[in-house]
Design a binder for this molecule. Structure first.
Ligand code: ATP
Ligand code: MG
Length: 264
């Protein structure tokens, strides 16, 4: 298994309801999440706004530490692992962010942006590796010299993908990575992601509001609501015979295009 998640819980201090004196009350954001993610498969994470999708993703790549429960990555319990022990694992699970403009340093050239994490992990030939990653995401080598603001939204998101795959990870978390793009750039980035996942034997967790894309891309889907999983099923099963009422509501709310059409 790439991931084994068991009864994962996460609570955070509620700063809105914090009294002037004394500690903030806790709010439970993840309330006991369990699922398995097999290697080389694609997991869709869907659910309404505020249901905990991003929090779950950030906990899986240990940007957050769970309050209780366990996350195993490739057999290793990473739930409470310290930074020192996490460091070699961090290369193996990568994240692509929603908004590439805010996740790419505006003052660094693209080549540098991709090379920096490679350097951090002690790799050699980082400039060359950065260029190879650019080419893999369909951008010309010359883009290594450009700055983020000189790129289109779709090109910037390709840079985000290049930065992640340059590290040769096994797992990628993609959280709403195309929601800021126009429809044709969305389709191009998704086709690229689908190709890379296949060619590089990646395991992917794909957080999305767009159920037609999830249907096309994912092998398995978990449906979240208020910090819990209400349904976990193979994609075909979920879309043809949803069991949970909330899943049925989500499915009813979207116009389903022809599943044979690539990302229209
Ligand atoms: N740092 C934080 N402090 C307090 N509450 C938080 C924090 N981060 C998230 N939350 C709350 O946790 C809940 C889940 O948030 P999360 O961002 O995981 O939802 P989501 O499913 O990704 O939503 P969206 O679809 O809008 O991206 C929300 O109610 C949110 O307000
Ligand atoms: Mg989110």
């Amino acid at each position: 298994m790439m991931y084994e998640v068991r009864d994962l819980q996460l609570s955070l201090p509620d700063m809105v309801r914090k009294p002037l004196l004394g500690p903030a009350p806790k709010i439970d954001i993840l309330k006991g999440i369990s699922f398995d993610l097999p290697k080389k498969s694609v997991l869709g994470i869907v659910g309404g706004s505020g249901s905990g999708k991003s929090t779950l993703g950030r906990t899986m790549v240990r940007l957050l530490e769970p309050s209780a429960g366990h996350i195993k990555f490739d057999g290793q319990d990473v739930s409470h692992m310290g930074e020192e022990k996490l460091r070699p694992l961090r290369r193996r699970f990568q994240m692509i962010f929603q908004d590439p403009m805010s996740s790419l340093n505006p003052r660094q050239r693209i080549g540098r942006i991709i090379a920096a994490p490679l350097e951090l992990h002690g790799w050699d030939n980082v400039a060359q590796r950065a260029i190879e990653a650019l080419v893999m995401v369909g951008l010309p080598e010359s883009f290594a010299k450009r700055y983020p603001h000189e790129l289109s939204g779709g090109q910037r998101q390709r840079v985000g993908i290049a930065r992640a795959i340059a590290l040769q990870p096994e797992f990628i978390l993609a959280d709403e990575i195309v929601s800021g793009l126009d429809v044709s750039s969305q389709a191009q980035v998704l086709i690229l992601l689908e190709d890379l996942v296949r060619e590089l034997d990646l395991t992917l967790a794909f957080v999305s509001h767009d159920l037609s894309v999830v249907r096309r891309l994912c092998d398995q889907v978990i449906v979240m609501r208020e910090g819990l999983i209400v349904e976990n099923a193979p994609t075909a099963t979920l879309f043809t015979s949803p069991q949970d009422d909330y899943t049925k509501e989500l499915l009813a709310a979207i116009p389903l295009p022809d599943p044979d059409q690539p990302f229209n």
